[in-house]
Design a protein around this ligand. Structure first.
Ligand code: ATP
Ligand code: MG
Length: 420
């Protein structure tokens, strides 16, 4: 029996991998334009990092982590989210003593044991951004504006930015108490998950997708009314920046985010076309996280964006940036003994900066021409014994069929000129 890939994972084959690379390139370009440097953290971490950083009352730590004991008896987890590893690296490398803020971007696989369905996988990928060491609301605005600029450059429309503030530990505890008062009389009517959330992760009552529970949300008290002075000023400041940047948003008091570490700003970017898994990007501020991980208090703000969901939007909108193209030239070995010569000519063309391919199956000239067509090559470069002796190559434009004999040393220039 054939061994298949594990459930909830995907193989990204060409040409789809070209679409992947195109959005990765665009993300890196945007991150660079905003002054972010790319960080690469390990695929696995000490389990404790996520337990402390993400919090064990969250779905991620409670039910979704890929955790195992390694041969040395250490508890290890595959990267379950991107922020805690970035903050760990910032602390571990003493980056707090350098210039602030530190601005990271990343492109990383994320592992969560979830029920696989459209838009939900056990290995997915995230584009992420983190700003460490800046407490001002302009940093929150920059992070959001970066996501928005990325969507704009990809040509995506129809996205909705939902913004909220969940306050700081002080004002949030007052809010949590009010929320409990609101839900307490209805505990028998809410879903089992919400009954558990009531004590363990009260704010996430507002995150429930069940219709009955959602009805209760409408009449729930709003965090906005209970923000302390500092949190209120921060939230206003963020909105001033977003208006100045022309980033459209709606304030949505039910946005609370799944992770424990958020403070003040939280946001999600949704798109209808994604159906029930409609959040393509989520993030917020996490001023308490560095301390939870044993470091000095350090403000931070960032987002994680689901690459698979993003690609779904890009595909749906038909606005994909150019994918990796076909080879420009297919080198045809015209004659039994010409295989090695064709290989060498293809190599010459590659060194001149062209994408070139050639045959490895001992095909006839006709079959090689057919293969060149199938691959979508622009030109076939035919090399037979006569050409080899004369120092020339016969070049055929595959669309149209015009054919010319060109000196071998001028071949790359000839093709480049005609490719435009
Ligand atoms: P959800 O509420 O959909 O479970 P989340 O709050 O768990 O999302 P985050 O941890 O904020 O998601 O991850 C950031 C982004 O990564 C999400 O907004 C989503 O686009 C994407 N994402 C999260 N989990 C998955 C998954 N299992 N498969 C594919 N994409 C995912
Ligand atoms: Mg989740």
């Amino acid at each position: 029996m054939l061994t298949t890939r594990p459930r909830g994972t995907a193989d990204i084959l060409p040409p789809a991998s070209g679409r992947w690379n195109a959005v990765v390139r665009e993300f890196r370009a945007v991150a660079h334009a905003f002054g972010y440097g790319e960080i690469r953290t390990p695929v696995f971490e000490h389990t404790e990092l996520f337990e402390r950083g993400v919090g064990d009352a969250t779905d991620i730590v409670d039910k979704e982590m890929y955790t195992f004991t390694d041969r040395g008896g250490r508890r290890i987890s595959l990267r379950a989210e991107g922020t805690a590893p970035c903050v760990r690296a910032y602390l571990e490398h003493g980056l707090a003593s350098g210039p602030q803020p530190v601005k990271f971007s990343y492109v990383a696989p994320i592992f969560r044991y979830e029920r696989p369905q459209a838009g939900r996988y056990r290995q997915h990928h995230q584009f992420g951004i983190e700003v460490l060491g800046a407490a001002a609301p302009s940093a929150d605005a920059e992070v959001i504006a970066l996501a928005w600029e990325f969507f704009t450059r990809l040509g995506l429309t129809g996205l909705e930015l939902n913004l909220n503030s969940i306050g700081c530990p002080t004002c949030r505890s007052a809010y949590r108490a009010r929320l409990k008062e609101h839900y307490r009389p209805h505990l028998a009517a809410v879903c089992a998950d919400c009954r558990a959330r009531f004590e363990r992760n009260t704010l996430r009552l507002l995150d429930c997708k069940q219709a009955d529970c959602q009805a209760l949300m409408g009449s729930a008290p709003r965090m906005g009314e209970l923000l302390c002075g500092e949190c209120g000023v921060h939230f206003e400041g963020l909105q001033d920046c977003l208006r100045a940047l022309g980033v459209p948003y709606v304030v949505n008091p039910t946005i609370v985010r799944g992770l424990d570490y958020y403070t003040k700003t939280v946001f999600e970017v949704m798109h209808r076309a994604l159906g029930s898994q409609n959040v393509v990007c989520g993030g917020g501020r996490y001023d308490g996280l560095a301390e939870i991980l044993g470091g000095a208090p350090t403000p931070g703000v960032g987002f994680g964006m689901g690459v698979e969901r993003l690609l779904q939007l890009v595909d749906g909108a038909g606005c994909l940036p150019a994918a990796d193209g076909p080879p420009a030239v297919y080198v045809v070995a015209a004659g039994q003994s010409m295989g090695a010569e064709a290989l060498a000519l293809a190599m010459e063309l590659r060194r001149e900066g062209l994408a070139a391919d050639c045959d490895h199956l001992g095909r006839s000239v006709k079959a090689q021409m057919k293969q060149a067509d199938r691959l979508g090559a622009a030109f076939a470069a035919m090399l037979g014994e006569d050409e080899l002796r004369g120092g020339v190559v016969t070049v055929r434009k595959l669309a149209g069929g015009e054919q010319e004999t060109v000196p071998r040393e001028g071949l790359a220039r000839f093709i480049k000129e005609r490719l435009g």
